[in-house]
Ligand binder design. Structure first.
Ligand code: FAD
Length: 455
């Protein structure tokens, strides 16, 4: 928008993921391919380049004679470093270099505590954010410029899509990456999901969440557009105010995660609470693989892990339970879970993923307390009361009654036989016993408490 107002535009996308801290995960690569395909259709002339961003830009500037460089900001610590270097180098050459906020309602540095520091707790952060105006989204720009896409790469040569095996074969039926898909999904959510969001957003068996996270991550829609669309909706249907406020507060968690990552850039690799360095994590390739494959013997966890594998997302409530199972029941480091999510989620996002994992582990800012150990059976009964979610993703359990579908290991032999379930053969027995796993996890946290007291 700003570049188009200035003059002729040469649009360029540079894939420089190692410089952003870590290579894209496999599911993100799939999304990026289709997102760029859609962007190329919307923005003819888009040049695709790959590799070190500064040298690619320097080459392109030499070929085109560009005298300005505009981009939307990224917030991953390594991307900030890279972009600072680019800004300094090209500004020194006399270019007009400017960056803009295209991804957040408010910049992470715009919201601060009374003392001027970063927030460490979500509720006061969001209260402070709500006191600020959210800038309205910009109108669609009319971009004019020469067609120079031949200066860039062919998208197919980037090999972003999986081949043999093509594990994403059915994903085009579920997802429509790109701006049009994002706008359609927001519209569908406002029409069909928003009403009841506050009370039903925790139910993975219902359709009351927006599924906008990947679109938001890839910049196909901005939180400002969402804010504005919901404001419009609130005027039309004031009775939905509670649902609207709840939904926006979830976008608020996204803002909070970015605020945290900006102010605590070591978060992706280090415990936000250093006392957690003392936690006695277990190393078990066997248990990690069982968790990844959805074979823990706890149906609510397994359904979530299989939903993730088959669709590239997992419902938020189930993410919490599945993540908690890994770090608390299996006592495997949150970083192993974070890495698996990074590779398999289409919405993998450094800020949200790391904040989510550290929240679950108890090591993060404003985290779930260490003694809160979700029971996957009672959580399943509460949030999937008819077992519909489990039946969908663990079809081998579909014949079990609602009373035992979340705990097949407690089912009478006759119920199992009638449902065609043979524990250890058609579906695994529980990897760990909940009560003793809980006790062991709490024992482990004694070391954290001791470390915190002596710090
Ligand atoms: P909705 O309920 O419709 O919420 C709307 C939007 O708000 C989401 O699209 C998302 O952008 C934001 N949002 C909602 N909840 C959260 C939250 N807890 N933290 C931050 N933002 C939130 N989200 C990601 O986008 N990428 C991740 O890599 C990611 N990893 C996670 C890992 C763990 C262990 C946990 C517990 C949560 C993680 N989340 C992550 C947050 C959350 O699970 C997803 O954003 C949400 O499930 C996406 O579904 P939705 O778009 O239907 O959400």
């Amino acid at each position: 928008y700003h570049a188009a107002r200035r003059g002729t535009v040469v649009p360029v996308y540079i894939l420089d993921d190692p410089a952003e801290g870590r290579p894209l995960g496999s599911a993100s690569r799939w999304w990026l391919h289709h997102s760029l395909e859609a962007l190329r259709n919307d923005l003819p002339g888009l040049i695709l380049l790959k590799g070190d961003a500064l040298s690619q830009l320097t080459g392109l500037i030499a070929k085109t004679g560009a005298d300005a460089l505009y981009w939307n900001r990224c917030y991953e610590p390594a991307a900030i470093e890279r972009d600072r270097t680019i800004k300094a180098a090209l500004a020194a050459q006399g270019l007009d270099v400017r960056s803009f906020n295209g991804a957040l309602m408010h910049e992470p540095w715009e919201i601060s505590t009374g003392a001027g520091g970063p927030f460490k707790v979500y509720t006061p952060f969001w209260r402070a954010a709500l006191k600020r105006d959210v800038e309205p989204p910009l109108p669609r720009a009319c971009i004019k410029g020469p067609s120079l896409e031949m200066l860039g790469d062919d998208l197919c040569d980037w090999n972003l899509l999986p081949r043999a095996p093509d594990w994403a074969a059915g994903w085009r039926e579920i997802w429509q990456p790109g701006e049009a898909g994002a706008v359609a999904r927001l519209g569908d959510f406002i029409e069909n999901g928003l009403d009841g969001y506050a009370s039903l957003r925790d139910r993975p068996d219902r359709n009351n969440v927006s599924r906008l996270s990947a679109h938001l991550h890839f910049g196909e829609i901005s939180p400002r557009q969402i804010w504005s669309a919901l404001g419009f909706q609130a005027d039309r249907e004031p009775r939905l105010e509670h649902d609207r406020a709840k939904f926006l507060s979830e976008i608020g968690w996204r803002e909070f995660s970015h605020h945290l990552l900006y102010h605590f850039p070591e978060m992706p690799t280090a415990n936000w609470r250093p006392a957690f360095d003392a936690y006695p994590w277990r190393d078990s390739a066997h248990d990690l693989a069982a968790w990844q494959r959805g074979l823990t013997g706890y149906p609510f966890v397994d359904a979530g892990m299989r939903e993730l594998w088959h669709t590239g997302v997992m419902h938020n409530r189930v993410r919490m339970i599945a993540a908690s199972f890994l770090v608390k029941h299996l006592r495997i480091h949150w970083r192993a879970g974070e890495a698996w999510f990074w590779d398999t989620l289409v919405d993998a996002d450094l800020a949200n993923n790391v904040a989510g994992w550290q929240w679950v582990a108890g090591s993060g800012a404003d985290a779930s307390p260490y003694f809160r150990i979700f029971n996957p059976v009672t959580q399943g009964r509460r949030f999937d009361p008819d077992g519909a979610y489990v039946r969908r993703w663990c079809p081998e359990l579909a014949g079990l009654g609602n009373d035992v579908i979340h705990a097949p290991f407690d089912a009478p032999a006759e119920s199992l036989r009638k449902a065609g379930v043979e524990l250890g053969a058609t579906y695994p027995g529980p990897l760990v016993d909940h009560a003793s796993a809980r006790k062991d996890a709490l024992k482990g946290y004694e070391s954290v408490k001791n470390a915190a007291q002596t710090a």
